[in-house]
Design a binder for this molecule. Structure first.
Ligand code: HEM
Length: 97
């Protein structure tokens, strides 16, 4: 969800990335879950910072807005997290193997 909706959830017609009505994206929940997982994994490994120091203007792109200079970022490896990671990776229950 875009930052501007963190404190107040979007209204029905203010954020419609998955369309709306009876033809709304069938996999909207799945797509959001996957995006969260990907972001969490990537951001656990690297830290992102803006490539340019000055703030970027928005430009219109069809019916939406996008960063004027494509929102370039620099990804740097995160310093290792000293906290212990989850002990064991998830294993399927014996009933499935
Ligand atoms: C970020 C990811 C996605 C976005 C932004 C997105 C967006 C959309 C949009 C805008 C529509 C058209 C809604 C309309 O016509 O009103 C749509 C339809 C649809 N999407 Fe997605 N979608 C995403 C991912 C997926 C995935 C991963 C699947 C399947 C695994 C999927 C399956 C479908 C299907 C089956 C429809 C047609 C629904 C219908 O016509 O009844 N979408 N999606």
């Amino acid at each position: 969800v875009p930052e501007r909706f963190l404190e107040r959830p979007p209204g029905t017609y203010t954020w419609i990335p998955f369309g709306g009505g009876t033809r709304r994206c069938l996999a909207a929940s799945y797509a959001e879950l996957e995006m969260k997982r990907v972001l969490r994994t990537v951001l656990g490994e690297v830290e992102l910072r803006p490539a340019d120091s000055d703030s970027e203007h928005a430009r219109r792109s069809a019916i939406s807005f996008s960063p004027d200079k494509r929102g370039r970022v620099v990804a740097e490896p995160r310093t290792p997290d000293p906290r212990p990671r989850r002990a064991e990776p998830w294993q399927p229950s014996p009933i499935y193997s």
